[in-house]
Design a protein around this ligand. Structure first.
Ligand SMILES: Cc1cc2nc3c(=O)[nH]c(=O)nc-3n(C[C@H](O)[C@H](O)[C@H](O)COP(=O)(O)OP(=O)(O)OC[C@H]3O[C@@H](n4cnc5c(N)ncnc54)[C@H](O)[C@@H]3O)c2cc1C
Length: 455
């Protein structure tokens, strides 16, 4: 028999955006039902507890100025850990280009360094970030959507060329393990400027020397606590296939046959996954085109354990930033002592992640270990594959995060945010003033407010 539910509002997706919308509506006296495709809540906040010491596969770092995320942690008595002492270690990594290890002290005078004379001391992993902070025209992050900034909706490549950077400098500043697309040609400079303006605004919130946090025993505890605070339990395993507004009510149909009828829907499905959902009557042309065209970044993480402190025998830093398939190999420090390495995560993004995703998990893990061993022989036999998380292969994310190609910010951002009858949208891709987890919560609250404003 078909399972039919009637609710005042239905929220699709139990990530931070959907849950934040649900809590906001519930606080206004509106009864909400959250439905979620997976067998867990949290979405792209995913603590891989099976690998021990809560290896985070998604959202981890909570900026000191993340008011909504920090507020939720406080509301649900989740202890936040100050990660400031471990942040300095992120700057301590070896640069590896074409298999050659280049120490930070060698970089300013290294023949492969194409940066302008005054910037030669800057490392490739930092350079584009520093440029976007230094040359940022946005006084506040939300200005990225002002029409006065539309001239910056050009490729990040063109933007860096305007600053006089050479082709080689651009390739190195934005060609290695890229966060958005495959090269600086693929991403809008406006997105890069928004990201930099957001991180600068976060720094201003740093009080008492605390820059950021993570959650004790896993960030996933935050969405779990939010879901527990809802009067109605989240329905898990509900893969939404269609959303149909027949004029009298909106009908949501799930793969398992369940049907939800409601006057208000908030849809927090990531854009790339939303392509699999039929919406009727169809969305406006720009809205549908945006869902079809806006890309999501392939992002794959490989979790590794170490059998010995192999970095002590070669005298190099444990972490490495490479232009190879292993991407950024980050030594995690999740214990009580911030100096102690607890495990490793290879962060791979863009084309390398896409390639890793074509391999069986064990083979991908083996490849990453072989890459590391080839770079530094002291690691031979010292690393063990624990597991892997591919966001690109996750059918309910289809990538780590959405990004905007040149021209897409001005073309699509407004249309994507528009409600469609009783269907409202949220998710990290719709945030205006914040990014990451904070952006997701901002967008959820905004969508809830749209419904509340209807009265
Ligand atoms: C590797 C990685 C690292 C990150 N690190 C950080 C960080 O350190 N700090 C930070 O602030 N942010 C970080 N982020 C970003 C942050 O995790 C996300 O921006 C945020 O969690 C997104 O929340 P959301 O609710 O918009 O989307 P999601 O969390 O993806 O929620 C969407 C939900 O919809 C569900 N869904 C999808 N399709 C369907 C369907 N058809 N039917 C029903 N349900 C469906 C999904 O299963 C999911 O639960 C990171 C992200 C990744 C991938």
């Amino acid at each position: 028999m078909t399972d039919v539910h009637r609710d005042e509002a239905v929220i699709i997706g139990a990530g931070l955006a959907g849950l934040s919308a649900a809590i906001h509506l519930q606080n206004q006296g509106i009864s909400v039902q959250v439905i979620e495709a997976q067998d867990r809540v949290g979405g792209r906040v995913h603590s891989m507890r099976q690998h021990g010491s809560n290896k985070e596969a998604g959202g981890t770092y909570i900026g000191a100025g993340y008011q909504s995320v920090v507020g939720a942690a406080k509301d649900y008595a989740i202890e936040l850990i100050d990660v400031t002492p471990t942040l300095e270690f992120f700057r301590e990594q070896e640069l590896v280009l074409n298999g050659e290890i280049i120490r930070q002290s060698e970089w300013p005078k290294h023949p492969a360094n194409p940066f302008p004379e005054n910037d030669k001391a800057l490392m490739p992993w930092n350079y584009s970030r520093i440029l976007t902070v230094r040359e940022n025209p946005l006084k506040r992050p939300e200005e990225w959507l002002d029409s006065s900034q539309a001239h910056n909706d050009i490729s990040f490549y063109a933007w860096m060329r305007q600053l006089g950077l050479s082709e080689d400098a651009i390739n190195l500043a934005y060609g290695i393990n890229v966060s958005f697309g495959s090269s600086a040609h693929d991403v809008s400079a406006l997105l890069m400027l928004f990201r930099a303006a957001f991180s600068s605004s976060q720094r201003k919130h740093a009080k008492k020397g605390i820059i950021g946090f993570t959650a004790l025993n896993g960030v996933q505890r935050i969405p779990e606590a939010m879901a527990s605070a809802l009067k109605k339990e989240t329905h898990l395993g509900k893969v939404v296939k269609s959303i149909e507004d027949n004029g009298r009510s909106i009908e949501i149909r799930c793969a398992d046959g369940a049907i939800y009828k409601t006057p208000h829907v908030i849809c927090s499905i990531p854009l790339a996954a939303l392509r699999d959902v039929v919406i009727n009557p169809p969305l406006g042309e720009l809205h549908s085109q945006g869902i079809k065209d806006i890309p999501s970044q392939p992002t794959t993480q490989v979790f590794l354990a170490h059998k010995s402190k192999f970095w002590e025998s070669d005298g190099l830093k444990p972490s490495m930033f490479t232009d190879g398939v292993a991407g950024m190999i980050a030594a995690a420090r999740n214990g009580d002592d911030p100096t102690e390495v607890t495990s490793f995560t290879a962060w791979t993004m863009g084309p390398h992640a896409r390639y890793l995703d074509t391999l069986p998990e064990e083979a991908a893990g083996k490849l990453i270990i072989q890459e590391i061993e080839a770079i530094r022989p002291s690691a031979r036999g010292q690393l063990e594959f624990l597991g892997l998380k591919s966001w690109g292969a996750d059918p309910y994310a289809k990538g780590g995060w959405a990004y905007f190609r040149p021209g897409q910010v001005t073309r699509f951002c407004k249309a994507l945010r528009m409600p469609h009858g009783g269907i409202h949208f949220c998710g990290e891709h719709l945030s205006i003033a914040n990014r990451g987890m904070e952006g997701a919560m901002e967008s959820g609250k905004q969508a809830a407010q749209e419904i509340i404003n209807k009265g």
